[in-house]
Design a protein around this ligand. Structure first.
Ligand SMILES: Nc1ncnc2c1ncn2[C@@H]1O[C@H](COP(=O)(O)OP(=O)(O)O[C@H]2O[C@H](CO)[C@@H](O)[C@H](O)[C@H]2O)[C@@H](O)[C@H]1O
Length: 507
């Protein structure tokens, strides 16, 4: 099968969050299964430092009154053809941000569509999040190319119809009130990144105002759990750790805790319960819930907290301020650092992720893989991957709470802190987490089935879609013709001179 991934992130080249992990790993797995997989992403300014990119473009075209070019290179970790769509607006050091973001990524989606139609037509185009949302819209009437749209984060939906009409020509009528909604209607298949989240987004609580569309498209909506890159994220071989370890050599793990404490300025002791956070600091991740609870937890226990993340300035400031009250017991690193994140997964005792909502979550899976016991709120993909520890039965792989409530989070943290005191049981808990197979192999099979469904859907609905579009176009041109025709000649009764009234002869 010929498959093209189109996305704005792909680790290790460009990663802001979990979407980068997915797009950076899944194509390589599918290629290893024998498929012709290629990738297309924006040509960011920083890519020249990471890749060898030819000076001469492979393709060039014109979109939204702008010239764009596509350069071909190779995706480094999987030896896959990588197409980079170049335009001056992508020559920045950041993936996201800036005022023209909606324009820039609409240009990316439209340019990608032209490239697909013109240069390489795969069987399936796999689109990720709103940035690529216009691709399924444009390809809906392109025979032989099916589309799959993956929702990594429903909270971000792209430009609305009115704005879209300002920046690009839109099919009329565009089905859907913004880019993401239009993609939900137009794509041949849609999936969310965990089974639970695929159900939750059909409800008012999690639907982000598109729950009605999601309910209506339910027959083509699926939930496929993300995997992780088990080779790159392997505590037994990870060069970022001072002391690599495995489930069989857990006795080597504490060296990583001590080195981590020293690196970030925490008191250098083995005994305190060290809780880590690696996260985008945004509302989704439950930072507002965490803030008031952390200080109480630190007051009530001997625990230590370490946070690595960037995001909303208010959260950054609040976390930073809190460190002043707990010298040696709380450290906050307001930066993006892949190597430090690995040392946090490999050196902390527990990993906190109290998300308000979570489409899947990669971080809790990485924590489990590295023996850091997750403490999570049961929502979305966290429900599908972390199971509450029952010390009597000896089951579960983490600590879970459910209501989005400070008391519930506090209770859960206290349970974990208590549990840590019983080291033999704690190590059994760590080992259960490390034994879970989060490799992509199962989910890759599910994606292949989804691609087949998309191809079938395209075949069975194409003639109907085409007929609808032709009927719309015919109605449009009839209306336009009627508006352009001059008034018909007025009937004779109107144009004829008024009848003369016969004069009655005088008697
Ligand atoms: N400051 C920092 N320094 C270094 N590394 C950092 C970092 N902040 C975050 N990361 C890394 O970014 C990734 C975060 O992935 P998640 O899936 O947990 O969340 P995210 O919300 O970004 O992803 C969205 O997309 C993914 C993919 O579908 C879904 O799993 C998820 O639920 C959805 O919200 C992890 O690899 C983590 O280590």
């Amino acid at each position: 099968m010929k498959i093209l991934f189109v996305a704005t992130e792909a680790a290790p080249l460009a990663k802001v969050g979990g979407m980068g992990d997915v797009v950076g790993t899944l194509p390589g797995i599918l290629k290893a299964l024998g498929h012709d997989v290629r990738m297309l992403m924006p040509y960011y300014g920083f890519l020249n430092q990471k890749l060898t990119i030819p000076a001469i473009p492979l393709w060039s075209g014109s979109v939204m009154y702008n010239e764009v070019e596509v350069y071909e290179t190779t995706f480094p970790t999987a030896a896959i053809p990588l197409y980079l769509l170049g335009h001056w607006s992508f020559a920045t050091d950041e993936v996201y941000g800036g005022e023209g973001e909606d324009w820039r990524f609409t240009l990316f989606a439209n340019g990608s569509t032209e490239f697909i139609k013109d240069h390489w037509k795969p069987d399936v185009v796999h689109c990720h999040d709103w940035h690529t949302g216009m691709i399924p819209v444009w390809l809906a009437l392109e025979p032989g190319v099916a589309t799959v749209f993956t929702i990594h984060n429903l909270a971000y939906q792209g430009p609305w119809q009115g704005r879209l009409r300002q920046i690009t020509w839109c099919p009329d009528p565009l089905k859907g009130h913004n880019t993401l909604a239009a993609a939900l209607w137009a794509a041949d298949q849609v999936n969310a990144v965990s089974p639970t989240y695929a159900q939750q987004i059909q409800t008012l609580e999690y639907g982000e105002d598109v729950e009605d569309i999601l309910t209506e498209i339910a027959p083509k909506l699926h939930g496929i759990l993300n995997g992780i890159d088990m080779d790159s994220y392997n505590p037994a071989t990870d060069g970022a750790l001072v002391q690599p370890f495995s489930a069989d050599t857990l006795d080597r793990r504490p060296a990583n805790k001590l080195a981590l404490q020293q690196e970030v300025g925490l008191d250098n002791e083995a005994a305190p319960f060290l809780v880590g956070v690696v996260s985008r600091l945004v509302e989704q991740k439950g930072i507002d819930l965490m803030l008031p609870v952390l200080s109480r937890f630190l007051d009530a226990t001997d625990a230590q907290i370490l946070v690595l993340g960037t995001g909303d300035k208010a959260y950054e400031a609040a976390l930073w301020d809190m460190t002043m009250d707990y010298p040696g017991r709380m450290a906050v690193k307001l930066l993006y650092n892949d190597s430090l994140s690995r040392r946090i997964y490999g050196g902390t005792d527990a990993f906190l992720m109290p998300s308000r909502f979570e489409p899947c979550g990669i971080s809790q899976m990485l924590a489990l893989r590295y023996g850091s016991v997750p403490i999570v709120r049961q929502t979305g993909g966290l429900t599908d991957t972390v199971f509450d520890h029952d010390p009597i039965a000896g089951t579960g792989n983490g600590y879970c709470f459910s209501p989005y409530d400070p008391c519930d989070l506090m209770g859960c943290l206290m349970r974990a802190w208590e549990g840590y005191k019983y080291q033999p049981q704690w190590q059994a808990l760590q080992k259960r987490g490390m034994a879970v197979d989060f490799s992509w192999h199962l989910s890759a099979q599910d994606y292949l089935k989804l691609y087949d469904r998309a191809i079938q859907h395209k075949k069975t609905t194409f003639s109907q879609r085409l007929a609808q579009a032709q009927a719309l176009a015919a109605a449009d041109s009839a209306a336009a013709a009627a508006a352009a025709t001059p008034n018909p000649v007025a009937p004779a009764s109107v144009t004829a001179p008024p009848p003369t009234i016969p004069t009655i002869p005088k008697p």
